[in-house]
Design a protein around this ligand. Structure first.
Ligand SMILES: C[S@@+](CC[C@H](N)C(=O)[O-])C[C@H]1O[C@@H](n2cnc3c(N)ncnc32)[C@H](O)[C@@H]1O
Length: 252
């Protein structure tokens, strides 16, 4: 893809995220990884973060960074495309006793994040917005100290290829089709990469990561068994295919 096309997509995604940001404040944040996924309290993928230097990619409103602060992380760093999200995160973290560094910018570029500095780099429901997964993973790999951990959650690629039509579940798009596409539930221009699970895994290996764990488990709680098929994530779909996944890996 041409660099100018990439920049155009990033710019239009920034505008859409600035507009949409208030709807998402604190919506996908630790200890929650994403819809119908087990929580960090159940999985304990991060382990003890006290004294750890952490960076969140696509940090949104800063709620996951706040969770890291409350668990004793020694440095909080975040990058997000949206000015509105970064400003919200700045306010949310302003009473933190921990060192905070926030950058507005795309994860595809390094805006001045130190190399080999972090014990943990993580991303909660944001990485799939990258228009260049290979470049993004190279960046994240470079920020980690050797032996450091990278954990991310994202929508499962099967989820957007299957739709619920009343009680029927329909496969309306091929799993094999990959590439940049309009994000279905958004009205405004919002371009994201539709990739296969194998592509995420192979790109991680290509960047130099060693895989530790892949989570595709689904937790359906009685109280959120809403049957409304207009909702993007329904328990009916979740009972058939995972709506989201998590990968934990380390820098060799
Ligand atoms: C679902 S939100 C993540 C929320 C976050 N985990 C929290 O705790 O608030 C996804 C975030 O990805 C950001 N984003 C989208 N494209 C991006 C890009 N190319 N680079 C950096 N951030 C991006 C959006 O601005 C948005 O804040």
């Amino acid at each position: 893809m041409l660099e100018s096309d990439q920049e155009e997509y990033i710019l239009s995604n920034k505008k859409s995220w600035d507009d949409a940001a208030p709807r998402f404040f604190g919506r996908s944040s630790l200890p929650v990884y994403g819809p119908f996924l087990p929580t960090e309290e159940e999985l304990d993928l991060f382990g003890d973060v006290s004294g750890k230097k952490v960076l969140e990619v696509g940090c949104g409103s800063g709620h996951s960074l706040k969770y890291m602060a409350s668990n004793g992380a020694s440095e909080l760093w975040g990058i997000d495309l949206s000015d509105i999200q970064i400003e919200t995160a700045r306010v949310l973290l302003s009473d933190s006793h921990t060192k905070v560094n926030l950058f507005q910018g795309p994860m595809e570029k390094n805006p001045g994040i130190p190399i080999e500095h972090f014990d943990i780099v993580y991303s909660i429901y944001a990485i799939g917005w990258t228009v260049d997964l290979g470049q993004t993973l190279q960046n994240l790999y470079s920020y980690l100290k050797p032996g450091g951990t990278f954990i991310f959650s994202w929508e499962h690629p099967l989820h957007s290829r299957i739709s619920q039509n009343g009680e029927q579940i329909v496969i309306h798009k091929s799993y094999h089709d990959e590439g940049l596409q309009q994000c279905e539930p958004w009205d405004s221009p919002a371009i994201m990469n539709q990739l296969k699970i194998s592509t995420y895994i192979n790109e991680l290996i290509q960047a130099g990561f060693q895989l530790e764990k892949v989570v595709e488990d689904v937790v359906i709680q009685e109280e959120i068994k809403s049957g409304d098929p207009a909702v993007w994530y329904t328990h009916k779909k979740a009972s058939l295919v995972p709506p989201a996944f998590i990968i934990k890996c380390t820098k060799k």
